[in-house]
Design a protein around this ligand. Structure first.
Ligand code: DGY
Length: 318
């Protein structure tokens, strides 16, 4: 039986499934392992089921025992893993695409609604009993007829587009390449970021974090947005330069933000906290029972597929 280190606690049924198929090292207390602890604990193991909280940089990967053949990441994003360093060591890296599209798109829409309709302020005043209904109280931005710019029209971006369209939003997107008309569903393609941002009343960041996208939303690019735009991010914190976005909120260039992901999670830039217009969530994108179960099961299946066939269809570093 192959030996697998599972770095974070999974839902019970998924841990049971893993333990039927492998000899597992589980993390019952859901401790956040340091990089050196992951290296230490992986001794004698054949693979690691990693999570987005494990920083598997080149230094860590180079110190893993030779027996490690696969890093099965429990996420669709794999910015926490240096996939090239893994490839050099002959370690396959896999992810869990598709299964979290719907749940993450739901949170993407929640961010848009929460930021546009001033939900953070509304929740606070309801809790404080510091409100009364008035014709001009907590007036927000209506989605109907406003332009939604989607940065990264992959599976999650397309699902957000579909829901947003049903809310009456007009969809624009920027992607490495133009989608076919079936996937586009009438959305307008922009072949460059400036062009997309200049029509984005609401921006939804949906692209993966990569060398090309880190700090893509920065001091310079924020200026391309219309005044009073809303910026939301359901993808990865690394794509946004926090100081620039907070400064744009300060001077009302940006009306509100809706964020689920942050640089250096679980910390987040305290500048957001002083803004009433910041609707912020603690990385809940895939957090439903159905989706977390499907993600863990897929991460386990990826390991099985790899050890039984020598390949895995969800490999990201071929
Ligand atoms: C992912 O899979 O990348 C999600 O962010 C996890 O919640």
């Amino acid at each position: 039986m192959k030996k697998i280190l599972i770095t974070r606690r999974l839902l019970k049924a998924c841990e049971e499934k893993a333990s039927k198929n492998f000899e597992t090292h589980l993390n019952d207390n859901d401790e956040l392992y340091s990089q050196s602890k992951v290296i230490e604990m992986s001794k004698g193991c054949d693979g690691i089921l990693t999570s987005l909280t494990d920083k598997m940089d080149a230094e860590t990967i180079n110190k893993l025992p030779d027996s490690i053949k696969i890093l099965s990441n429990f996420a669709v994003g794999f910015g926490n893993i240096d996939i090239e360093a893994a490839k050099k060591r002959g370690i396959v890296v896999t992810n869990t695409p598709d299964v979290l599209t719907d749940a993450t798109a739901e949170i993407g829409i929640l961010l848009i609604l929460g930021a546009c309709r001033r939900a953070a302020e509304g929740i606070q005043s309801a809790k404080d009993s510091s409100w009364k209904w008035s014709a001009d109280y907590l007036i927000g931005k209506q989605l109907t007829g406003s332009r939604l710019g989607i940065l990264g029209m992959g599976r999650i971006g397309q699902k957000i587009a579909k829901i947003a369209r049903s809310l009456g939003m007009i969809i624009h997107y920027h992607n490495r390449s133009k989608l076919n008309s079936e996937k586009e569903q009438g959305a307008t393609y922009h072949d460059n970021l400036k062009s997309l941002l200049s029509v984005s009343d609401v921006l939804s960041v949906c692209c993966p974090a990569s060398k090309e996208t880190i700090n893509l939303i920065n001091k310079e690019t924020i200026e391309y947005l219309p005044k009073g735009a809303v910026v939301t991010n359901v993808a990865r914190g690394d794509i946004v330069e926090d100081e620039a976005l907070i400064e744009a909120l300060d001077r009302r260039k940006v009306y509100a933000v809706g964020l689920d992901v942050y640089k250096g999670e679980p910390k987040l830039n305290s500048g957001y906290l002083k803004h009433k217009g910041a609707f912020i969530l603690p990385h809940l994108g895939s957090a439903t029972k159905e989706t977390r179960t499907a993600m863990a099961n897929l991460a386990i299946d990826n390991i099985e597929e790899f050890f039984s066939t020598g390949k895995c269809r969800n490999t990201v570093n071929e």
